[in-house]
Design a protein around this ligand. Structure first.
Ligand code: CS2
Ligand code: MN
Length: 356
């Protein structure tokens, strides 16, 4: 596995590249131009700037997370073609900079959703927490009314700039079914995958987080059957997956090692992290260690190892520990510990294989 770590850029990340470089085995940063709105073409000089910063520290920029997909594409509006064209132009530029994998998602309106970004765990650290009832019980129409009435209404992780557009977006999605979303995804892939292939960039969709519908919005990248269906939409290795053990692992029905065995040749990017799930559907993020959560991280790494996985890996979210002040889920310390845990498993599997 090729180890990487997510980095939000000089302006947005309190962690300097010099520190990332000190985490054992990390060869590259997973990055994006976070200030460029979805649908716009990324400027070449900005891409080159990140490349230079990373390379100055001996780190590569092979993986981008994410080139976000404009809502009009997910909604299937006539304006989607212009946004798809921009997406393709961005792919061409990223290829020029040497990028190999693009991670993206196809979740309507929201990316990951949580109800508390600083839930205290038993050891006094804090982590991202999701309470199912708090979200599932919200009727989308009621949500739109609440936002309209209360300008201070917000949820963890919501950017204030987006709030104004929320009511409008919810209205647009009112009649979009899961099947519509599938066909809009297919339309996107049929145009984008050939361009990615020509530019030798692997596209890697990130599963929905959590892997079920929130606020009545459709979500489709949620389980094994849907991943199978996704891969067949355009049956080409350039149409692949970011397999996120934490996102998919929030649903205890999802068997992650089984998915790795089945899809390993289409997994271009592995996000590895643990979550503890509860019977009522809530879940909280934990350390990477198997004993601390509900996902068997040992088995996850073992499955990658057995399948000869040579793709990119990153620890995903971490807890906030040792008093670190950081972006929720993206501190240096717990992700660094996560990486060492992953290496510990990987290296011993490797050695055992040799000595057998
Ligand atoms: C998240 C997402 O779980 C995760 O990896 O941090 O924000 C993720 O980066 C996007 O959904 C990928 O497009
Ligand atoms: Mn992830």
């Amino acid at each position: 596995m090729k180890m990487t770590m997510r980095w939000f850029g000089e302006e947005n990340d309190q962690i300097p590249l010099e520190h990332i470089k000190q985490v054992p085995g990390v060869e590259g940063v997973v990055w994006a131009l976070h200030d460029i709105p979805a649908g716009e073409e990324w400027p070449m000089h900005r891409i080159s700037e990140v490349k230079e910063q990373a390379e100055n520290q001996g780190l590569h920029i092979d993986v981008v997370e994410s080139v976000n997909v404009h809502e009009d594409i997910k909604l299937g509006l006539p304006t989607r073609d212009q946004y798809i064209n921009n997406y393709i132009k961005t792919i061409e530029k990223l290829a020029k900079a040497g990028v190999k994998v693009i991670c993206y998602n196809f979740m309507p309106v929201f990316d990951w959703t949580r109800t508390n970004l600083y839930k205290e765990l038993n050891d006094g650290s804090t982590a991202l927490f999701f309470e199912k009832e708090k979200i599932s019980d919200i009727d989308p129409n009621e949500l739109v009314r609440t936002i309209a009435l209360d300008s201070n209404f917000t949820m963890p992780g919501w950017e204030p700039e987006r709030l104004e557009q929320l009511s409008e977006l919810f209205e647009k999605y009112q009649h979009v079914t899961e099947e519509d979303l599938w066909s809009n995804l297919q339309y996107f892939l049929e145009r984008v995958i050939p361009a990615a292939k020509e530019n030798d960039i692997k596209m890697a969709i990130h599963p929905d987080d959590p892997p079920w519908s929130v606020f009545g919005l459709p979500r489709i990248i949620t389980n094994k059957e849907n991943l199978q269906r996704f891969l067949k939409l355009v049956d080409d290795s350039y149409n692949g997956l970011t397999l996120c053990s934490g996102s998919l692992g929030a649903n205890p029905q999802n068997n992650i090692p089984e998915m790795i065995n089945e899809f390993s040749d289409r997994i271009h990017f592995a996000h590895i992290r643990n979550v503890q799930t509860f019977e009522n559907g809530d879940f909280v993020e934990t350390s990477h260690r198997t004993n601390d959560g509900s996902v068997d991280i040992y088995k996850v790494v073992e499955a990658y190892h057995q399948n000869g996985f040579n793709g990119y890996v990153r620890p995903d979210h971490g807890r906030h520990i040792w008093g670190e002040e950081c972006r929720p889920g993206y501190g240096l310390y717990d992700r660094g510990l996560g990486i060492m845990y992953l290496w510990g498993i990987w290296d011993s599997l490797k050695r055992n294989k040799k000595s057998r």
